[in-house]
Structure formats: structure tokens, C-alpha cells
Design a protein around this ligand. Sequence first.
Ligand code: GDP
Length: 296
Amino acid sequence: MAFEGLSTRLQNVFSKLRGKGKLTEDDVNEALREVRLALLEADVNFKVVKDFVAKVKERAIGQEVLQSFTPAMIVVDIVNKELTELMGGTQSKLARSNKPPTVILMAGLQGAGKTTMSGKLAKLLLSQNHRPLLAAADIYRPAAIKQLQVLGEQIKVPVFALGDQVSPVEIARQALQHAKDHNNDYLIVDTAGRLHIDESMMEEIKQIAETVDPDEILLVVDAMTGQEAVNVAESFHKQLELTGVVLTKLDGDTRGGAALSVKAVTGCPIKFAGMGEKMDALEPFHPERMASRILG
Ligand code: GDP
């Protein structure tokens, strides 16, 4: 599970603090130095760490904390609130258009987990009595279309595909028409990713976006890639009007820095977390729950 290292370190810092009773300014400063190191070691972006510690410090060095009989509890509470804020504050829900279908465009690098996440979202929507349609617009990765079709069959969601000889823009355009004609209230378009961000991929996804006018452009990022995930999010955000981020592979042994940095760096809320390869391994991302999980 992600965050294990960070969680253990922060819990150690706070249990030391609790053992002290009344706190001096030096005690708080020392604890915050350790918090800073723990966050850096968890691969949180250094600018994000700097701002975070400054904010906590501003609130924790006040009279209220230093004169309290339970100062450590107040410090933990401040860290908890700032961590929650860092990850976006409140849960950010999936968009819903009042002119169906709601169109969701999935963006991201190859291997990030776009196709898997497309299936998971479709399954979630189906369970909420929606009528999702999946569109297979990744014509470059061998077997991507087949992978989506197999997932579709498994979760009982229709998949719109035109093979790999039709352009992704055209596939997306026809998929939207198909959704309208068949009363699908959500259309999820799975697009191609490359191993690295490249111009032709960006150009293509921009064209798809212009064609289907999505209500939601979700960037799928692999949490295992750490700082790279944040760089990817920044680059995509410059080119596309992202409406949210989805973090995948949070079930893995990731240090969690990406989850803690990506909202601060891009301004985009994290909407979902992928917690495994199975179709039901999906969690809405709750910043406050995640913060509590980290602080134990
Ligand atoms: P795409 O190229 O972006 O469409 O990526 P895929 O959806 O094909 O996923 C790439 C690999 O990551 C596959 O082996 C998936 O099973 C795996 N994967 C996707 N999401 C998760 C996740 O949340 N946790 C884990 N452990 N594996 C995942």
C-alpha cells in the first residue's frame, strides 16, 4: 500500500512530540524539520514541501499551541488539515452534463492505466444505473482495442470500435453520434498514449477534444512513477484543459509523493485512485480520508 514509509515516519515524529507535554518553539521547529524530511523522502515535490511546512509553521507556532496542555494534538490536527488541503480539500466528483451524453476523455502516457481505468469508470457508472459507452480510440498500441473489448464484455458495457485503420478523431466523432443514437448518457473515450510526451500525440488528443467537446478530460497518471508523474501532469496541463487527475497503482509500493504533489502543481483535483488491476479496484479520491490514513 502507498504511503507506508511516510506514514511510519510521521507517526514517529508525532509520538515523540506527544511525549513532551508542553512544547517550546524549538520543539515545534524540530518536529517540522522531520516532517519536511519525511515528505521529501516520500518524493513530494520540493516546492510543495516548502510551502506546506511554511503553512503548518505559521499556524503551529502560535500562542494557542504553545500554551495548550495538549499541544502535540493541535500540531497533528494542523498537519492533518494542511495535508487534506494539499490534496484538494474536498472530494471532487465526476462531471455530469445536463445535455447527455457526458463525454469523458482519458489522456495519459502508455502504460499509465488508461484502458483499465476506462473500464473501471464504466463499471462504476453502470452500477449507478447509467448507460455508459466505451470508445476505443487507441489505434496504435497493439491489442489496445481488443483489451477494451474484453473489458467491455466482462463488465457488460458496450464498446464502440472501428478497428485500427480509422483515425482516432473520426472514431471519437462517430462514437459520440452512436452514444446519442443509443441513449448512452456517458461516453468514455480511451485514447492512445506514447512512452514519452510527444507533439503528434498532443496534437491528436487536442483534435479529439475539439471534436467531442468533453465535459471531463481526465489525466491518468501512474503513481509509481513519483516525480515523473508530476512532470507529466504539468506538461499535459499546459496543452489540454484538464479537469481532473486519476492516480493509478496506488496499491503498489509507491512512496506516494505524486498523490501529494499533483494537485498543488497542476491545480487539477484528483478524482479517483486505482487500487489494483481488477475492475472494481477503484476508489473515489477523498483527500481527508487519505490524510487520516497517512497520519494513522
Ligand atoms: P494504458 O496503456 O494507459 O491503457 O494502460 P493499461 O490500462 O493497459 O495498464 C497498464 C498495466 O497496468 C496493466 O498491466 C494493468 O493491469 C496495470 N494497472 C492499471 N491500473 C492499475 C492499478 O491501479 N494497480 C495495479 N497494480 N496495476 C494497474
